[in-house]
Design a protein around this ligand. Structure first.
Ligand SMILES: [Fe+2]
Length: 298
């Protein structure tokens, strides 16, 4: 089991058991999808027939999950593996400097290496042992409420396809690099897992306006969060950890790094497509959980 050693206050909070048994899990068939059969015209792979064929194959793997409940491993080809190796190596170097130590240990523990694309099935096994979180493959973007609601069951919906080889540093949508290098390691943290589940509970009952507030909380933590570690600031958000540009930018003097304040965060409007000028630093994962545990009463 990974232990959190970020601050002395970690031990002050008991870790409850919020795990969800197989029997309590709703059917994956109930998921609502946005139109995922189209690649936007500005997507780097939009006009590449071979890439689109690969996307269709990988989408089929995700679809079969909803029929069988079993994750199908993707048979990634050599070109896809090359894209992974390039991006994973570049990120690894930057992460050694900027990533949260918890995240770095968790990535190793899950067997995520620079050598090959990890399968959701293998990461899932370890993740379930550690925090009871599980991964469910999806073939594309799910609407916000649906996506966040699944966190209430300790389920993270994950894509399996990889970005187009012509732009390895960029993806207009979440891909396996973003999921496996960005998101998945943090779900091995019990406090972070519980916090994510709180967002999920909130999303299930939120009004549209409250859902926007939850979306902003998700954005400034799960995607772009920073954490204090022994007097230094480190990154734990997936949007930072899976992008060279975002990660370097986050630590540059163009960014104001503010202490986390829940009220400010849920009211902080951001532009999705721009680099973030303001980021929020949590004191620890335990405190993030503590601050957000009454999220349903927003
Ligand atoms: Fe993400």
């Amino acid at each position: 089991m990974l232990n959190e050693t970020t601050t002395a206050t970690e031990a002050d909070f008991a870790i409850e058991n919020f795990t969800v048994s197989d029997a309590e899990l709703p059917e994956f068939k109930d998921l609502k999808f946005e139109n995922i059969n189209e690649l936007h015209i500005d997507h780097p792979g939009a006009n590449d027939a071979e890439y689109r064929t690969r996307r269709d194959y990988i989408a089929q793997c995700a679809k079969s999950f909803r029929e069988t409940g079993k994750i199908t491993d993707v048979d990634y080809n050599a070109r896809e593996q090359r894209v992974w190796r390039y991006v994973a190596e570049e990120l690894e170097e930057l992460q050694q400097k900027y990533a949260s130590p918890f995240y770095l240990r968790a990535k190793k523990d899950l067997g995520i290496t620079t050598e090959r694309i990890p399968q959701l099935s293998e990461m899932n096994r370890r993740l379930k042992e550690l925090t009871g979180f599980r991964l469910a493959p999806i073939e594309g973007l799910v609407e916000t409420r649906g996506f966040l609601s699944w966190l209430s069951y300790r389920v993270m919906l994950c894509t399996q396809y990889i970005r187009h080889h012509s732009h390895p540093a960029y993806t207009p949508e979440p891909d396996i690099v973003h999921e496996a290098i960005g998101h998945i390691p943090m779900f091995t943290n019990p406090n972070f897992a519980d916090f994510s589940q709180f967002i999920g509970h909130g999303a299930r009952i939120a009004t549209d306006e409250q859902l926007e507030a939850l979306g902003r909380l998700y954005w400034f933590t799960v995607e772009f969060g920073m954490v204090e570690h022994e007097g230094e600031i480190k990154a734990y958000g997936a949007g930072l950890l899976s992008s060279f540009g975002e990660l370097e930018h986050a630590f540059s003097d163009q960014v104001e790094r503010r202490p986390f304040n829940l009220e400010q965060v849920i009211n902080h409007e951001y532009t999705y497509s721009d680099m973030q000028p303001v980021l929020y630093v949590i004191p620890s994962y335990a405190e993030l959980k503590e601050i957000t545990k009454n999220i349903e009463s927003f």
